[in-house]
Design a binder for this molecule. Structure first.
Ligand SMILES: *Cc1c(COP(=O)(O)O)cnc(C)c1O
Length: 597
C-alpha cells in the first residue's frame, strides 16, 4: 500500500520534474522550422489514442458487462490522472486503484465516476474515503468497524471480497458468513451501503479459474441465503475478461491489456488487436570509437571483437531497464535492432553499432509500439515491452510499471506522433479530431508548449485561452510569440486591451487581447481587429469570440490537482511563471466550428 501511495506521489514528481519534461513535452508540436527541443532527454511517450483504442476494444468485447479500468501503480507506470481521464472517455465506467490515497488523488483531479480501492492498512482514512464517495473493497470485519468508527455522514458503498484461491486478501470460506452478516448489519445501521461481492483470479490455468469461479458462485449463494442482496458481482481482470466470458459478470476490471500488453503467454498484444501505449526512449548521448579487445561496462562481460563504435544511452535500471536482461536486451536505433553490449548500469547502457552511421542525438527506443505486422516477426522490429519481459524473464506489467520517476511521461495522440515527422509546419495545423489533451509539467514546459503550438497557427486563426488566474495563459502566449517569431516580448495586455506584435518575416502579426474587462462582444468588435490577416489570441474570450468569428480554437488550461493560486490572485493577468505552486496543468484543445455570426 505504501507502494501505491509512493506511486501516486511520484506522478507529481515526474510531471513537475525539471527541464527534460519541459523540452520533451514539445514532441509533435514543434515544427521542422522550430529551433526548439534543446537538450534531448530520456522520455516515456504515452500514446493516449493507443490507450483509448484498447479501452474501446476491451469494453466492446466485455459488453454488456461494463469496464472498470485499473489505474493502480500510477496506471502501470503510465501516469494515473491522464490515463484515468482517457479511460473514461473511451468507455470505461469506473476506475480501480489500490488504496484510498490514490483514490483521493483521482477525486481531487475532478473525476466523478466510481472509484474502487481495496487495500487498506489499519490506519487507512476511511472517513476521507466515505466523504469522497470512494467504493471500498472489504476483506475483513475490522474494516467495517473502522468505517463505522469514522462516522462519516455519507455511507460508502462496500464490495465484499471472497478469497477464491489466491490467499492474499478476501474472506476465507470460514470467515465469509461472518463478514456478510457484519456488512448487512452495518448496512442496516446506515454505516455502509452493501453493493457488491467480488474476487480475483489466479490465472493459474483455465481449470483453476473455473474452480475459483465455482467457489465464487457458491459464496454468493451463501450470502444470499443469509439475506444479502448484491447490486453487482465482479471477478475477471484482463485474462478472464478476454477468455472467460461467463466471468465478466457485472463488470470486468481490465488492467494490463488496456496498456497494450497481452495477459497471455501464447498470444501477443498485436494478435489480440491491442496497441502498446508506452514508448521508452533516449537519445545517443555520446559515441566512442575503440579498437578490438576492449571491455564494455562493469565486469567487462562484453568485449569488442573488431574496431567499432560504442554508443552510450542514458537509461539504466533506475529508469526501469531491467538488469535481469543483461546479455539479452535489444533496442532500436535508426531502423535496426542492436543488442545491448555488456551490463545495464544504474543510469546507462552501451550498444555496439559497428561501423553503422550513428550520430549523437539519434533516438534509441528501448521498447515501443511495433510499427507493422511485418516488423513484429519474432526478433525483428521495434522491441515491445512484451519482448523485454522475455529478455528479463518477467512479465510486461513489470517492465512498464518499473519505468522510473526520473523519466518524464509525455502524453501524445496519433496526430502529434504523426506530426513529429512533418516537415511542413502548416501541415501540423488543425486536424480532424475535435479535442486533444496534453499534460504540461511546469511553467517552462508551458512556455515551450506555446512555442511548439506556433506551428499550428496561421493568418485568420483565433485562439481563445480559458483558465483561472495563474493557469499559465500569459506564459503560454509568451512561448507562442517566440515560436511565431514576432517582435517584442509578450507581456500582459491588461492595460491596453490588445497589443499587436508585428512579424517581420511572415507579415502576419500576433494580436494579444485581454477580454477580461470587456463587457460584451460589441466592445471586442470595437477594437477593430484584423482577424483575417492576423493570428489573434484572446485571453478570457470565451463567450465573446463566438459572436464575432465562426471557427476558433480554444485552449482550456486546468490544474488537475486543484491547488488554489496563492501569490497570483492580484489582477486579471499576473500568472507569471514561478509564482503559483509548480504543479502540472491539463491542457485541452477544442476546435469550435459554427456558422458565421
Ligand atoms: C491489478 C488488478 C486488476 C487488473 O489486472 P490485470 O491482470 O492487469 O488486468 C484487477 N483487479 C485487481 C484486484 C487487481 O489487483
Amino acid at each position: 500500500m505504501s507502494e501505491e501511495r509512493a506511486a501516486s506521489v511520484s506522478t507529481g514528481g515526474e510531471l513537475t520534474g525539471g527541464e527534460s519534461a519541459a523540452g520533451l513535452s514539445l514532441d509533435g508540436l514543434s515544427s521542422g522550422s522550430a529551433r526548439l527541443v534543446a537538450a534531448p532527454e530520456r522520455v516515456a511517450r504515452i500514446n493516449l489514442d493507443a490507450f483509448r483504442h484498447n479501452v474501446r476494444l476491451l469494453s466492446d468485447l466485455a459488453a454488456p458487462a461494463e469496464t472498470m479500468l485499473a489505474v493502480k501503480a500510477d496506471a502501470y507506470g503510465h501516469g494515473m490522472v491522464p490515463l484515468a481521464f482517457a479511460a473514461l472517455e473511451a468507455g470505461a465506467t469506473s476506475l480501480a486503484v489500490l488504496d484510498i490515497p490514490a483514490a483521493l488523488v483521482l477525486r481531487a483531479s475532478g473525476i466523478t465516476a466510481p472509484i474502487f480501492a481495496w487495500m487498506h492498512a489499519p490506519d487507512a482514512d476511511f472517513g476521507a474515503a466515505a466523504a469522497a464517495d470512494i467504493d471500498l473493497g472489504i476483506s475483513a470485519v475490522w474494516q467495517l468497524e473502522a468505517i463505522a468508527a469514522a462516522a462519516e455522514a455519507n455511507a460508502p458503498r462496500v464490495h465484499l471480497k471472497i478469497d477464491t484461491g489466491l490467499h492474499r486478501n478476501g474472506a476465507s470460506v470460514e470467515q465469509w458468513p461472518g463478514l456478510v452478516q457484519s456488512a448487512m448489519a452495518a448496512d442496516a445501521a446506515g454505516v455502509v451501503r452493501l453493493h457488491a461481492a467480488w474476487s480475483h483470479l489466479a490465472d493459474a490455468s483455465p481449470a483453476d479459474d473455473e474452480a475459483a469461479y465455482a467457489h465464487f458462485q457458491q459464496a454468493v449463494a451463501v450470502a444470499e441465503e443469509l439475506g444479502a442482496r448484491f447490486e453487482a458481482l465482479h471477478l475477471a481482470a484482463s485474462s478472464a475478461g478476454i477468455r472467460m466470458p461467463e466471468a465478466r459478470l457485472s463488470f470486468v476490471r481490465f488492467g494490463i491489456a488496456a496498456y497494450g500488453i497481452s495477459p497471455f503467454d501464447d498470444e501477443t498484444a498485436l494478435e489480440l488487436g491491442l496497441r502498446p501505449v508506452m514508448t521508452l526512449a533516449a537519445p545517443v548521448a555520446s559515441l566512442k570509437r575503440v579498437g578490438a579487445g576492449h571491455g564494455v561496462s562493469y565486469g567487462f562481460d562484453y568485449r569488442t571483437t573488431r574496431p567499432t563504435t560504442l554508443a552510450l544511452v542514458p537509461l539504466g535500471y533506475a529508469d526501469g531497464v531491467p538488469r535481469a536482461a543483461n546479455g539479452r536486451g535489444q533496442v532500436w536505433l535508426n531502423g535496426k535492432r542492436y543488442p545491448i553490449a555488456g551490463r545495464i548500469a544504474m543510469d546507462q547502457f552501451v550498444i555496439d553499432v559497428g561501423d553503422d552511421s550513428v550520430a549523437v542525438g539519434d533516438e534509441v527506443i528501448v521498447f515501443g509500439e511495433g510499427r507493422s505486422a511485418v516488423e513484429r516477426e519474432p526478433g525483428s522490429g521495434v522491441p515491445t515491452a512484451e519482448d523485454w519481459a522475455g529478455f528479463a524473464h518477467t512479465i510486461g506489467d513489470e517492465i512498464v510499471a518499473r519505468v522510473g520517476p526520473r523519466v518524464p511521461r509525455v502524453y501524445l495522440s496519433d496526430d502529434t506522433e504523426a506530426a513529429e515527422g512533418a516537415s511542413d509546419a502548416s501541415a501540423t495545423g488543425v486536424n480532424a479530431a475535435d479535442t486533444d489533451r496534453w499534460v504540461i509539467a511546469d511553467p517552462e514546459a508551458m512556455h515551450d508548449f506555446g512555442f511548439g503550438f506556433a506551428s499550428r497557427l496561421d493568418a485568420g486563426d483565433v485562439l481563445v485561452l480559458t483558465g483561472e488566474l495563474g493557469a499559465g495563459k500569459t506564459t503560454f502566449t509568451r512561448g507562442l510569440g517566440e515560436g511565431l517569431g514576432v517582435r517584442g516580448p509578450v507581456t500582459s495586455p491588461t492595460f491596453v486591451l490588445a497589443r499587436t506584435h508585428p512579424n517581420l518575416t511572415t507579415g502576419v502579426p500576433l494580436i494579444h487581447v485581454d477580454a477580461y474587462r470587456l463587457g460584451n462582444a460589441a466592445e471586442l468588435d470595437d477594437l477593430d481587429i484584423d482577424f483575417a490577416g492576423s493570428i489573434v489570441v484572446v485571453e478570457w474570450g470565451s463567450g465573446l469570440v463566438d459572436r464575432i468569428v465562426g471557427d476558433y480554437l480554444e485552449l482550456v488550461i486546468e490544474r488537475p490537482m486543484g491547488h488554489a493560486g496563492s501569490a497570483d490572485e492580484g489582477g486579471a493577468d499576473t500568472d507569471e511563471a514561478g509564482e503559483a505552486p509548480v504543479e502540472p496543468r491539463v491542457v485541452t484543445l477544442h476546435r469550435h466550428r459554427q456558422a458565421e455570426g
